[in-house]
Design a protein around this ligand. Structure first.
Ligand code: M6R
Length: 607
């Protein structure tokens, strides 16, 4: 959480920093700030305020600031409320910093260094500037080394010293920093998206390494002071994909991109009609020898894992657990060398998932991660990585990352079946043909977006919404419900339809819209009976059903959306698009900030 940017070079830095902060705002939007200095050095100019980056932009315009070296921050508040004082950058003595992460021992440090009445904010971050200032005696590397060794917790820090003009230093533990040389200087950020407009070559700063950015480029040292080698990576997405492309919100754009990104994720991994992970170096043995699978992930990524569980259990016949990464460590996890751990994460930086993965690896579990952001911490912490090719996902609500994660899980299931010799050629080719058909089917649904918009209209004034289904339909709805609540602020619950009558049906009234999904042939009659139970209590039911088959008493449905037909296990793809669009239209029509829902951040790097 929190977005970080730093630039030094020949150009004026203000607009570079503010433009980047706008791109990074999805990481947190409680406050924003920059610090700028010029060639002469000295105390940098600090501009910061609670609110959005656009407010900071106005402040900068009013203040007429300039400078060719600067750092900027957009905050998701953890320690200390949302106010100007708690906004970053923070300054102490000759040191100015921005911080992403949590300094767990900040209280101890305040006491140890007698800083109780000397700090201006309530944050855990300002203390870092104070400790750096204390240790700083002309050698920035020594000060950084000594400070870092005192810190407990996670941090990505960008640092400016008053008497070292034109240079930005950075160091990190867990929280990410990427850096790059530009035509006229150097840049660093918490995200590749912010540096991609400047260069296609970048690197991930390794943990506990210090980088120094100047007009002449970048140097990197380890904590013992030895020069370290930089491992360069290439940005593999088109920068234009980071803008809204004419859509009012990123969320809509990202929903519409799904056919393409599914294609990009799937097609390079099919060779001669068979799923193929040779480019990732994944040996079949890891898929054939495991006795169990444990998926660890959070939020939407965990919902993708639930679909994966249904697929793998049904098609491969091995047990799959899906564990909320934030709970993993607290339930005495039983994972061992026979348990394949699959970590799923769009950002690749979710700390709960990262910690759970590290724990599982210590227990000897083989691991594969499914990650969207190249070089991210989770990708680097796992034995093998499969990248989803969703491109930058900017809207806080995850859409295309989810369906590309599903696409990888479909491929993995098929490869597992091949590795275990479970399917004959006919079964494999029917499955792969269906997977290849997904983008086209998604396009058919997207072409009907006006119809879906009308469905969303019926929910605009709802206070509560229930979503009911069984089996795979229930997994789809867990994600649909998360989408609706996070962007529309309508309370929504996905419920296994057979479970409703064990208590929750008491909440169903005429005022409660119910979305029912019926896509699984073997569950259809039971699901339709459960739907009747809520209709009898007055609920207005919106039905998403597979195919064109006529239903009894069509008039009793509030709305029916007929989903294009795919094999049952693939119906999650078209159904998800409908649920994503419903959430999107409700939010947009309520006039909400669809891409930046309140209290949230795109990348969750605090436990
Ligand atoms: O980056 P990750 O996939 O690890 O993020 C996990 C969740 O925070 C994320 O999926 C979250 O639930 C979505 N933003 C919801 O739309």
């Amino acid at each position: 959480m929190c977005g970080i940017i730093g630039y030094t070079g020949k150009k004026e830095a203000t607009d570079i920093l503010i433009d980047a902060l706008e791109l990074l705002e999805y990481r947190g939007y409680d406050s924003a700030g920059i610090a700028l200095s010029d060639e002469a050095g000295g105390e940098p100019r600090l501009l910061k305020r609670a609110g959005r980056v656009k407010d900071l932009r106005e402040l900068c315009a009013e203040s007429d600031v300039s400078g060719k070296c600067g750092i900027g921050h957009t905050r998701w508040a953890t320690h200390g409320g949302v106010c100007d004082e708690n906004a970053h950058p923070h300054r102490f003595g000759r040191v100015t910093i921005i911080h992403n992460g949590i300094i767990e021992n900040y209280r101890e440090l305040i006491e140890k260094y007698g800083l109780e009445h000397k700090l201006c904010s309530q944050t855990d971050s300002e203390i870092v500037a104070a400790v750096l200032n204390r240790f700083y005696e002309k050698d920035p590397y020594a000060a950084i080394r000594k400070t870092v060794l005192k810190l407990k917790g996670t941090f990505a820090l960008a640092i400016m010293f008053d008497d070292i003009p034109g240079k930005i230093f950075a160091v990190r533990n867990v929280s990410p920093i990427v850096a790059a040389s530009t035509e006229d200087g150097a840049i660093l950020s918490s995200d590749v998206a912010a540096i991609a407009p400047f260069t296609s070559q970048y690197f991930v700063v390794p943990e506990f390494h210090v980088v120094c950015l100047s007009e002449d480029g970048i140097e990197m040292f380890d904590l013992s002071g030895d020069k370290a080698r930089i491992d360069w990576l290439t940005v593999d997405w088109d920068v234009s994909r980071s803008d809204k492309g004419g859509y009012p919100f990123y969320m809509e754009k990202e929903i519409m991109e799904q056919p393409q990104v599914i294609q990009d994720t799937v097609m390079p991994r099919i060779k001669d009609g068979r799923p193929d992970f040779s480019a990732e170096g994944i040996p079949d043995s890891i898929l054939s020898e495991c006795k169990r699978i444990c998926v660890i992930a959070c939020g939407t990524a965990m919902h993708a894992g639930l679909v994966g569980k249904s697929l793998i259990q049904a098609m491969i016949g091995i047990h799959v657990d899906v564990v909320m990464a934030s709970e993993f460590m607290y339930n005495d996890p039983v994972v061992d060398k026979e348990t394949l751990v699959i970590a799923i994460s769009q950002s690749g930086e979710t700390i709960d998932t990262l910690e759970a993965l590290k724990f599982a690896r210590k227990c000897g579990s083989p691991s594969i991660s499914i990650v969207n952001v190249k070089g991210a911490s989770i990708a680097r912490a796992s034995e093998y990585v499969i990248y989803t090719c969703a491109g930058p996902e900017i809207a806080v609500a995850s859409t295309k990352a989810y369906t590309t994660q599903l696409a990888v899980l479909y491929l993995l299931t098929a490869r597992m079946a091949v590795a275990r010799g479970l399917w004959d050629d006919g079964k494999l080719s029917a499955y792969m043909e269906e997977l290849v058909r997904v983008p086209k089917v998604m396009e058919e649904v997207l072409a009907r977006k006006d119809e879906i918009h009308h469905i969303a209209d019926t929910m605009l004034n709802a206070r509560d919404v229930f979503m009911i289904g069984r089996g795979l339909d229930y997994s789809i709805l867990l994600e649909g419900s998360l989408k609706l609540k996070e962007v529309s602020y309508i309370h929504s619950e996905a419920y296994a339809s057979g479970e409703l009558k064990h208590g929750t049906i008491a909440l169903i009234t005429e005022e409660t819209p119910v979305i029912a999904v019926v896509t699984q042939d073997k569950l259809k009659s039971k699901e339709l009976s459960n739907i009747k139970e809520v209709q009898s209590r007055g609920a207005k039911v919106i039905l998403l059903i597979k195919g064109e088959e006529r239903l009894e008493q069509e008039k009793i449905w509030n709305r029916i959306f007929r989903l294009p037909v795919m094999a049952d296990e693939f119906m999650v793809m078209p159904a998800s698009i409908v649920l994503q669009l419903i959430a999107y239209y409700v939010s947009a029509d309520k006039g909400l900030d669809v891409d930046k829902p309140r209290n949230l951040a795109k990348v969750v790097t605090v436990e």
